[in-house]
Design a protein. Structure first.
Lengths: 177, 468
């Protein structure tokens, strides 16, 4: 893929143009496009394709944490190291609740963090967009929209013309490197 | 200034009479707020104040290390703890520090869920404060152990000793609560910082800084897909951290309430401890914010509104605390238990009466000044009030621990607690540890969340408004 086209990137002055352009791409049945912004733009999120599995991952992590804590405490208190404290029952579950809660939160939080990294594709040391001159302003005040070449509707000239309708500061070709 | 910045500067907010005062003042653009915050790390000369504070902190860290060395070499006898006063400064410091951390999580998690967007410019350093306060807190139980080198016996793991932690003990709950709290706080803090670390990567001038921040930024490109997962993860973590932060000090208070000592064995302790924790935490937020804002010129980002809101929260939690102080003598009297009644009487008139009346003056008396707006928005008096509250909250924990311990059920075992040099060196030393960690954070990481501040600017939404 060396030297092949990765896609087209347009820089916009403000988020409203970016959202308008994304809306038009969506209307023209583009699927492989992505907005790049210095802060989350909610309207854009609705226009860009993709599911969000993170809540399900976090739920699974939390349930796993609860099961881990409960089975660990029960096993240790009844089988591994039974302690008779003044004749109190070995399975004294009310006192297990605190650790059950803590491990539920711990496992769910770790799932949220690592799930987020996995879904967003991190860590990602290099990406074709890092080679685009001026792209570094995306973390300052730059609003970008990139249409990938692998989109079935993509056409180098037509797509560029479509992006130009929304008065971008510039439209560039992005090379795979 | 570029044409874009010129345009942003002149963008007028749509008139909205119901809107509160600006959180961010002074005609800023995305570029200027970014540069202002990033320059502290990347280009500005380190202020002399920073060096002065850093060297002071390092001197205190030195005291701490010497004290810890003696403590490990000689044993816990270096502390002033002697039966019946088995808990002295170490546990006081532990409870104090972990309480301070609570305001950071409250700001970052609870205020996020409540859509309080004014928090956006103070949440980052408040979270850092949480982590460093928990780090300071975490050292004390280990220093306080008789055999600190086997501290890992507190954690359940398969071993050949045929013993395991006792899950009915609040001390074991504490290990899980504090370590979970530390882990979740670090995750939440780092996750929130990734977009801002990417900004530092993109703004960095040197190759070393580019590589350092580049690795930490994990390849962040600000894609809408990144933001989607980032926002979801932040919200879910906030939802998890909210009950967690309330549980941590609750569990710490269980260390006291599950015992049968008069003055500790009380059902009011969990809310009492949580309110006190948030109270002292906001005092620490202000103690950090007021100098930071003066030294780094952040008056446009940390505005009067932030000081005012923090002071109001401090007043509110202070009143909850005042209620618990009032209800304690009542429950002692209503219980009819002679030991409880003696404890309350001895607390107010006995050898540690100074600590009790100090607590009442610092935590109930002084915060009443915050009813007046002039004390809430004026940095100097607010800073002084916050320091008084921090001292008051330390004294409160000292009072709770010592006033219940030094008069045992049997008068033959009564003894007073006298703090040693090691006690004092570890307390002041831990303040140094906190200062050094916090100053390093201010120097090398973005102390204000840049992307969340951009969201507050008046033209950040496609329709020309800003969030909330």
């Amino acid at each position: 893929m060396n030297g092949a086209l990765y896609g087209l990137i347009a820089r916009f002055e403000d988020p409203s143009q970016l959202v308008d352009a994304a809306r038009e791409l969506r209307a023209q049945h583009y699927t492989r496009f992505e907005g790049y912004t210095p802060y989350p733009v909610e309207e854009l999120d609705h226009l860009v394709r993709g599911h969000n599995f993170l809540p399900a991952i976090v739920l699974a992590g939390g349930v796993l944490g609860a099961i881990t804590a409960w089975s660990m405490e029960t096993y240790i208190a009844i089988v591994d190291n039974p302690l008779n404290v003044g004749g109190r029952p070995l399975y004294s579950w009310p006192s297990f609740v605190v650790i059950l809660f803590e491990l539920t939160v711990l496992f769910a939080s770790l799932s949220a963090f690592f799930g987020m990294l996995a879904l967003a594709g991190f860590p990602r040391p290099h990406h074709p967009l890092f080679g685009v001159p001026g792209f570094s302003s995306v973390t300052r005040d730059g609003f970008f929209l990139c249409v990938e070449a692998r989109d079935p509707v993509f056409h180098p000239e037509h797509t560029a013309a479509l992006l130009r309708q929304f008065d971008p500061l510039e439209v560039r070709e992005v090379e795979n490197d | 200034m570029t044409a874009i910045e010129e345009k942003q500067r002149h963008t007028k907010r749509p008139p909205d009479p119901g809107r509160p005062a600006d959180v961010i003042t002074g005609g800023q653009t995305f570029g200027t707020v970014t540069d202002q915050i990033a320059s502290t790390v990347l280009s500005r000369k380190t202020p002399n104040f920073w060096w002065l504070a850093f060297l002071t902190g390092m001197a205190l860290v030195g005291c701490f290390l010497i004290a810890a060395w003696f403590l490990f070499y000689v044993g816990v006898g270096m502390f002033g703890i002697e039966i019946p006063n088995a808990w002295g400064f170490a546990i006081t410091n532990f409870v104090w520090w972990i309480g301070i951390g609570h305001a950071g999580t409250l700001i970052s998690a609870i205020l996020l869920l409540l859509n309080q967007s004014w928090r956006n410019s103070i949440n980052r350093f408040a979270e850092a404060m949480t982590i460093f306060a928990v780090a300071c807190a975490g050292m004390f139980p280990i220093l306080h152990l008789g055999r600190p080198w086997v501290f890992y016996w507190l954690i359940p793991y398969p071993n050949t000793m045929t013993i395991q932690p006792q899950f009915r003990s609040p001390l074991v709950w504490d290990i899980f609560a504090v370590s979970t709290y530390a882990t979740v706080s670090i995750i939440f803090w780092y996750l929130g910082m990734i977009p801002d670390i990417a900004t530092l990567r993109d703004q960095s001038k040197s190759r070393f800084a580019y590589a350092f921040y580049g690795v930490l930024a994990l390849g962040w490109r600000g894609a809408s897909r990144h933001w989607r997962f980032h926002e979801t993860a932040s919200l879910l973590l906030a939802g998890l951290a909210t009950p967690l932060v309330l549980s941590v000090h609750t569990v710490v208070s269980f260390d006291f309430t599950i015992s049968i000592l008069p003055g500790w064995h009380s059902t009011i302790f969990p809310p009492y401890f949580v309110a006190g924790a948030i109270f002292s935490g906001f005092a620490m937020v202000l103690v950090l914010a007021i100098p930071l804002r003066a030294v780094y010129g952040l008056h446009n980002l940390i505005t009067e509104r932030h000081l005012n809101n923090c002071a109001k929260l401090m007043l509110g939690t202070g009143l909850v605390l005042a209620y618990t102080y009032a209800i304690e003598p009542f429950t002692a009297w209503y219980s009819g238990n002679p030991f409880e009644m003696f404890m309350i009487h001895n607390r107010a008139t006995g050898p540690y009466a100074w600590s009790y009346w100090g607590v009442v003056a610092a935590n109930v008396g002084v915060p009443q000044l915050l009813w007046f707006r002039r004390f809430r928005v004026n940095p100097k008096p607010l800073f002084a009030i916050s320091i008084v509250i921090l001292i008051g909250m330390w004294l409160e924990r000292y009072m709770i621990i010592i006033s219940s311990l030094h008069r045992d059920f049997l008068p033959s075992s009564w003894a007073n607690f006298v703090a040693t040099l090691t006690d004092n060196a570890t307390l002041y030393g831990s303040i140094g540890v906190f200062m050094v960690l916090f100053l390093l954070f201010v120097r090398f990481l973005p102390m204000i969340s840049m992307y969340e501040v951009r969201e507050l600017l008046p033209f950040s939404r496609p329709d020309g408004g800003s969030v909330k």
